[in-house]
Design a protein around this ligand. Structure first.
Ligand SMILES: *[C@@H]1O[C@H](CO)[C@@H](O)[C@H](O)[C@H]1NC(C)=O
Ligand SMILES: *[C@@H]1O[C@H](CO)[C@@H](O)[C@H](O)[C@H]1NC(C)=O
Length: 828
């Protein structure tokens, strides 16, 4: 009998020690047992843990739930997010109150800091943490343990965990929705919320306050309409492997997903900046990895293109009208078409049910916002078309559920809002006047009692009318297009500012207004009399370029308009002085951010990837889409400016003459460009082509990923350049080591690996081994298989380094046709 007693005493002693030092683990909260600071509740299977915690750098204490088995504390639920405790209030406990069996955080004076409203009072209430991460309050006496009187899964914070029903209980009117944290380390309720909007046909939306900022569109049986399918080849991009879906019945409307435990840890989170992300725990790397999240790009912004507009991220102007629709505003010069589009021909629909309209099929679309919609789960597509045709407000229809060959009917009333092009997207049938539909002519309405002759007469007459009308409209069209052309010309006519205006705007070129010294001259900040902020580039005086030449070049630059290029507003010429007036970018340049220890934290991976994509698109536009074929020749981080939303805008482009003009002959004795960014063939032979820009782009991407400057990069290894270092890590399969430690907790593994891989392809020694920018843009966003890179070409000091395996007698073969130099460009 002695030994067990001793053991008991010993264990009691140990328990009391752990009580003092570490707190104790309790299995549930009951009338007699409560949770105090330092104690934890561990779920039965050991997956989750609950207790008191403080976020990094926070003065507050909270009660929360986090994963038990991983080394990174990841809080999935917070009880008192809007009623934080001071760190010193250690006497506060979480307990079951006597009255009504409520769960409450009670301070030392007995006041409740936070409490829950339970659905009924019970005999013997207990609070227990389930292995799903759900904190439940139930009656210990109840035979059915799942008969909860309260559960945290009904009151989530920002985490949507497997097994959680997200949506509406129609009977009680209770909504389960998510509210983001206020900041990365601040669990207080933030401004972003995510809902399953049950209006019309249910869809997943994110609101910023009361403004809708994202709609993932209706559920199509497999996924929400805005989310495209990642081809199965994609590595490291998390996907839900378990059952999931949207359930609609008389009692509930909810979205859910589940996973078996051995598939790992999954969590959807609405981040404090309003992005829905799926995170998956990578056990080998001991970290969370995420997908790109939604919204994934600018086109994710709710309703960006207005009614009947479609957002296409690959277009120069991302908003386009549906075919046969016209922009509501004169959108020639504006990028966004938030005012939407209208039909070229009105519908011929009468409310007595007769209509001669038809439908045109659009493919690969994210279906419109379904708030003004109606659906039927069993109708066929043909029945759907008939239903739509019978109601004059019906604008479009589609299949409701795309699984098993498609079933059901979804129809939209009023303008179609929030459409975008989506890879592997859905089909949408849009109602149009029958004359707008190819191969469909309106039913003949003339009486059949007319004789044959009369018919022929009518035919001839109508043909005549058609010919005359065609002539008239052709004439009108030419007049109109002539006018349009003139208008366009006027729009492109570059304002010439006079010296006094610019001098006044920049405080007489005051040193205080100086923004920087670029390769082409000094840049000043200024404000025009109307208050508009500008950047003035005062070109160096030692240019020998003539005035006409300068003006031609400036007009050429002014024609280049793309949202990833800095806009030229005008120029100013006075005697020897030549100035360029640009839009002002408040966030300065990329190098100001990525190479600065504190500012670089503002650029998380999502932003960096957005910047990489933006630069790629801007460069693609210069190289091929602008029809002028511009080679930048000095692409580098200080030439990439950031707008207020940290979108990249390339500057200093076009200061080399466009290739369309005088294509040969011009040459220069010195090589322009910036050390560290220039391609081997450019540095050694002065040969440059669009592929030299591709090389610079590759270096730039490596700088963005690593947060290190190429020309300051040094390593204890023999590799002295960033491309060389990246290549070495790539060969060792350690590419992730390149990543800037400041973003090491926020990145998407697949995207990072892809970006590094692409940049290595861009810095290949021989220009023909480098992709062109249109391939780069495609490779960045699609999961195409990438070619294997060879060892990159790079420079050490003034000497080109050629590697042994690829210098097989090949030469840089850029054609001389592509050689051009500009007298506006000065070597530094
Ligand atoms: C859906 O359509 C089917 C077939 O037309 C019809 O029988 C059914 O009543 C409809 N259901 C609803 C809810 O309208
Ligand atoms: C057409 O649909 C709208 C929206 O559901 C409805 O208000 C209207 O009564 C319908 N019109 C006809 C003629 O059925």
């Amino acid at each position: 009998m002695e030994t067990p007693l001793l053991l008991l005493l010993l264990s009691a002693f140990l328990l009391s020690i752990s009580n003092i030092c570490l707190g104790k683990d309790i299995d549930l909260i009951s009338r007699t047992q409560f949770l105090k600071d330092g104690d934890t509740i561990i779920s039965k299977g050991g997956k989750f843990e609950m207790g008191f915690f403080s976020p990094t750098n926070s003065p507050n204490r909270y009660v929360g739930i986090w994963y038990k088995q991983i080394p990174v504390q990841t809080v999935v639920w917070v009880a008192n997010r809007d009623a934080p405790l001071a760190k010193t209030s250690s006497s506060t406990v979480l307990k079951i109150t006597k009255l009504g069996g409520q769960l409450a955080l009670v301070g030392d004076k007995g006041q409740a800091v936070w409490s829950v409203k339970t659905s009924r009072s019970v005999q013997n209430p207990v609070a227990e943490l389930l292995d799903s991460g759900n904190l439940v309050v139930r009656d210990a006496e109840d035979e059915k343990p799942e008969n909860f009187i309260w559960q945290s899964f009904d009151h989530p914070t920002d985490h949507w965990l497997p097994g959680m029903k997200f949506g509406w209980n129609i009977e009680t009117g209770h909504e389960v929705f998510f509210t983001a944290w206020k900041g990365e380390n601040d669990p207080a309720s933030g401004q972003y919320t995510m809902h399953l909007d049950p209006t019309g046909y249910p869809q997943l939306i994110i609101n910023n306050g009361t403004t809708e900022v994202l709609s993932l569109g209706p559920w199509n049986g497999l996924r929400f309409s805005a989310t495209s399918v990642d081809p199965s080849s994609s590595r490291g991009i998390p996907r839900i492997n378990g059952p999931h879906g949207v359930v609609i019945n008389k009692k509930e409307v909810y979205a859910w997903y589940n996973l078996s435990n051995d598939l790992g840890l999954f969590r959807f989170v609405v981040t404090s900046n309003g992005i829905l992300k799926l995170w998956v725990w990578e056990d080998e790397m001991k970290q969370w990895v995420s997908n790109r999240g939604q919204p994934s790009d600018t086109c994710g912004t709710y309703g960006l293109c207005g009614g009947n507009g479609v957002c296409n991220i690959y277009e120069f102007r991302i908003c386009v009208c549906l075919d046969t629709f016209l922009p509501n505003n004169n959108a020639i010069a504006t990028e966004s078409m938030s005012q939407g589009c209208h039909r070229r021909k009105p519908l011929s629909c009468h409310n007595n049910g007769s209509s001669s309209d038809g439908f045109l099929k659009y493919s690969d679309i994210k279906l419109p916002d379904s708030k003004h919609s109606w659906y039927n789960e069993s109708m066929s597509l043909q029945e759907c078309e008939q239903v739509c045709l019978r109601n004059c407000s019906c604008m479009a229809y589609s299949t409701l559920n795309i699984t098993n060959g498609g079933s059901g009917c979804l129809i939209w009333y009023d303008d179609l809002v929030d459409m975008r092009t989506v890879y592997n997207g859905q089909d949408l049938y849009i109602r149009l006047a029958s004359s707008e539909i190819p191969g469909l002519t309106p039913e003949p309405h003339h009486s059949s009692s007319l004789g044959r002759k009369a018919k022929i007469l009518v035919l001839c007459l109508s043909m005549l009318v058609v010919i005359v009308l065609a002539g008239v409209s052709l004439f009108l069209y030419f007049c109109k297009s002539k006018r349009k052309e003139q208008k366009l010309k006027q729009e492109l006519e570059l304002p010439v500012f006079d010296w006094s205006t610019i001098s006044r705007a920049t405080n007489n070129f005051s040193v205080m207004n100086k923004l920087g010294q670029g390769g082409f001259g000094t840049v000043y900040k200024g404000a025009l009399d109307g208050g508009e902020e500008i950047a003035v580039k005062r070109l160096s005086k030692n240019s020998t370029q003539g005035l006409e030449e300068f003006m031609n070049e400036v007009i050429c630059i002014a024609k280049l308009q793309h949202r990833n290029l800095v806009k030229l507003l005008g120029c100013c010429i006075s005697g020897e002085e030549k100035m360029l007036i640009y839009e002002y970018m408040p966030n300065k340049s990329l190098d100001f951010f990525i190479f600065d220890q504190t500012r670089k934290m503002l650029l998380d991976w999502l932003k960096r990837f957005n910047i990489i994509n933006g630069i790629a698109r801007g460069l693609l536009y210069l190289h091929q889409d602008s029809r002028l074929r511009i080679i930048h020749r000095d692409l580098k981080s200080s030439n990439v400016l950031l707008d207020i939303d940290l979108n990249p805008k390339i500057s200093d482009f076009g200061l080399a003459r466009s290739l369309a003009g005088n294509a040969t002959g011009d040459n220069t004795k010195r090589v322009a460009g910036t050390h560290g960014y220039i391609s081997p063939e450019y540095a050694t032979h002065g040969i440059f082509s669009v592929k030299s820009d591709v090389f610079s782009f590759g270096v730039l991407v490596l700088e963005i990923v690593s947060g290190k400057r190429n020309n300051e990069f040094s390593n204890e290894d023999q590799y002295e350049t960033l491309p060389g270092h990246a290549w070495k890590l790539y060969k060792e399969g350690e590419s992730l080591k390149l990543i800037d430690e400041h973003i090491s907790d926020s990145y998407d593994v697949a995207q990072v690996l892809r970006s590094i891989h692409i940049s290595l392809l861009c810095v290949q020694q021989f220009s023909e081994d480098r992709p062109n920018m249109s391939s780069v843009v495609q490779m960045l966003v699609n999961d195409v298989v990438l070619p294997q890179p060879k060892e990159p070409g790079f420079f050490v000091g003034r000497r080109a380094v050629f590697n042994s395996e690829s210098s097989s007698g090949k030469h840089a073969t850029s054609s001389l046709n592509e050689v051009t130099m500009s007298s506006l460009d000065y070597p530094r």
